[in-house]
Design a binder for this molecule. Structure first.
Ligand code: AMP
Length: 141
């Protein structure tokens, strides 16, 4: 099973912000879109990722000024990415290894989707349900 399977069912839309956006603007997006991370872009290039964890971490240090700071000062710069052809098993391994819950999907330098740990769990549940149905049919036949 490939990352592409998840993208086909969830869609390819990715919520992004520019490096110059403020943390207040990014938080507004996280809330209105009900997501845990936004991908940070410099034009069409992925240059960072900002998750709710980053915001909580900085809140502990400098909560008073956080809202007006640019995303570039709070985001994680070394983004772990994947391709549509990668396996879901590989994706899960990388999420566990790096302790991250979001992985942008990039093809030929272009952002084409994002997969969260929630998407992976949903897919795994669907897979298990399908296997159970197939087993029941096999037993009944
Ligand atoms: P998360 O568990 O995804 O909410 O993020 C936990 C931490 O990992 C935060 O500091 C994020 O900025 C960072 N992070 C999340 N996703 C990625 C990713 N794909 N590549 C690198 N860092 C990430």
């Amino acid at each position: 099973m490939q990352v592409e399977t998840i993208l086909q069912s969830k869609g390819r839309a990715v919520t992004t912000v520019s490096t110059r956006a403020t943390i207040a603007e990014a938080v507004d997006l996280l809330n209105t879109q009900r997501i845990g991370a936004v991908v940070v872009m410099d034009g069409t290039k992925v240059v960072g990722i900002l998750s709710e964890r980053d915001i909580v971490r900085h809140l502990g240090k400098d909560w008073a000024s956080l809202a007006t700071r640019p995303v570039s000062e709070v985001m994680t710069r070394n983004v772990v990415i994947t391709s549509s052809k990668a396996s879901i098993a590989d994706l899960m391994e990388r999420m566990t290894e790096h302790r991250i819950r979001h992985i942008p999907v990039v093809e030929a330098g272009e952002l084409v989707g994002i997969v969260s740990i929630g998407d992976v769990v949903k897919r795994k549940i669907e897979e298990t349900e399908q296997e159970a149905i197939a087993l029941k049919e096999y037993i009944a036949s």
